[in-house]
Design a protein around this ligand. Structure first.
Ligand code: UD1
Ligand code: CA
Length: 456
């Protein structure tokens, strides 16, 4: 098979975003735009992906890690100049190079694949992916001759009135025969309104030397939008959200209000999960069958077990078992490992703690740096006092222990299996298995003393 390569253009600053963050790093549904592009390219069988970096090069490299090779474009002299930076790697290769902009996050691998196939089937030297836009403002226009063949692409800023009236736009995605591409790029000049070396000029250069140039019209303009400003960013977010949610619905997930539900692109949700309105679920979260999330919950990179219910709560980087009840208003912080059939009630914070099966922390407690066994009942207002101002310490609570309300467990400390801690205790010594520990001042009742405070 023909060798296939990709070049991703990601060196621009993105002036129109008016942001400290480089354009291609702006997230869409929680993932930087350039990652969306590269993730789709990864699904194609490519020899190599080369990303052209410039502004924010280090940050872009950090995001893409080893998913791409990188070439530095020191000065941003235009998209044609950007592709030239890949010459060293590609000009000697026979094959096809697909060029994609780092600011077109909605393109799917299916569209990219069909562009590649079309290009190779046509035997073209260049094929541009075009789309029909209701409002083509800002895009390059595709100019066809009387035979309807593509002649050239004219940028919005360079276009005359007739050209501006054209609705067929350049999506910024192309396939090229490698050798033809780099030969034509040598001839691109910067004689235009923006003083830039335009990649689309390659089309006209090839056409003029009678090399075959073709266009593949995408059926969906929406998929090809280029995100140059925050308005387009919000549009991309909306389209991506809809696409992701509809995919989950097709897989058997119920969304009570998909318009108000934000699911990241890497989230896995099994059949018969119900997502209530107002949830944001992100990162590599996996939600097992029958779970119910929300309303208004924020879940980032968690496993949520089957039939678990998470109501109005926040959870991050944690593992939550099956048939667990969380919330309302619980905060599950990183490294919580919550076993099956646990109950975490309102105003409870769990951090870096394991809880065994059937344990309950029903109200107003902080459990941090702790190992809690199974069948443990932690009463309202219990605190694992884990921090001495310098170090964090561990609290261990054995199986079937009962911690009375409003107890402070000063770590490091161990509460034995089946032990009882009386309500209001401040425990700073280990409690043996099956013991009752009371650590509070004794109550004194002074008969009739209250009367002294009352006026007649
Ligand atoms: C570009 C196309 C336009 C097309 C549109 C589609 C050109 C000249 N114009 O316009 O025809 O309709 O995309 O979205 O190509 N970049 C670099 N180095 C540079 C300049 C840009 O790497 O020197 C990168 C940018 O980071 C960006 C991409 O190339 O990811 C496109 O550049 P941008 O400035 O957004 O081009 P548009 O004006 O959108
Ligand atoms: Ca753009």
């Amino acid at each position: 098979m023909n060798k296939r390569f990709a070049v991703v253009l990601a060196a621009g600053q993105g002036t129109r975003m008016k942001s400290k963050l480089y354009k291609v790093l702006h997230p869409v549904m929680g993932k930087p735009m350039v990652n969306h592009v590269v993730d789709q390219l990864k699904k194609l069988q490519l020899e190599q992906i080369i990303t052209i970096v410039g502004f924010g090069a280090d940050k872009v490299k950090e995001q893409l890690k080893d998913e791409s090779l990188f070439m530095l474009q020191e000065e941003q002299l235009g998209t044609g100049h950007a592709v030239m930076q890949a010459k060293k790697h590609l000009s000697g290769e026979a094959g096809t190079t697909i060029v994609v902009c780092g600011d077109t996050p909605l393109l799917t691998h299916q569209t990219l694949e069909s562009l590649l196939n079309y290009h190779e089937k046509e035997g073209a030297k260049a094929t541009v992916l075009t789309a029909l836009a209701n409002d083509p403002t800002g895009y390059g226009r595709v100019i066809r001759n009387t035979n309807q063949d593509v002649e050239r692409i004219v940028e919005h800023k360079d276009a005359n009135q007739d050209e501006l009236a054209v609705h067929e736009i350049n999506t910024g995605t192309y396939c090229f025969d490698n050798q033809a591409l780099f030969q034509a790029l040598e001839q691109v000049t910067n004689d235009n309104t923006q003083g830039e070396y335009y990649l689309p000029d390659v089309i006209e250069i090839l056409k003029k030397t009678n090399q075959k140039v073709s266009a593949h019209i995408s059926s969906e303009f929406e998929e090809t939008i280029g995100v140059n400003d925050r308005i387009a960013l919000a549009q991309a977010e909306k389209i991506m959200k809809k696409r992701i949610n509809e995919q989950h619905m097709r897989n058997g997930v119920t969304f009570i209000d998909p318009d108000c539900t934000y699911i990241g692109p890497d989230v896995v949700i099994e059949q018969d999960v119900v997502i209530q309105p107002g949830c944001t679920i992100s990162g590599e979260t996996h939600i097992e069958t029958g779970a119910e999330i929300g309303p208004n919950s924020e879940i980032d990179t968690c496993v949520i077990g089957a039939d678990t219910v998470v109501r109005q709560s926040v959870a991050k980087n944690s593992h939550i078992g099956k048939r667990v009840q969380i919330g309302p208003f619980a905060h599950i912080r990183p490294q919580a490992n919550i076993s099956d059939d646990v109950k975490i009630g309102n105003f409870v914070e769990i951090k870096k703690a394991t809880l065994g099966t059937n344990s309950k922390v029903s109200h107003l407690s902080y459990i941090g740096d702790a190992e809690v066994g199974s069948g443990v009942n932690i009463g309202c207002g219990t605190i694992t006092v884990n921090y001495d101002g310098t170090n964090k310490h561990l609290t261990k609570i054995g199986d079937d222990a009962f911690i009375g309300c409003n107890s402070n467990l000063i770590a490091p400390v161990t509460i034995g299996e089946g032990a009882y801690v009386a309500a209001g205790s401040t425990i700073n010594k280990n409690v043996p298995n099956e013991a009752l520990s009371i650590a509070r001042a004794r109550q004194t009742n002074k008969e009739d003393y209250a009367k002294k405070f009352k006026k007649d």
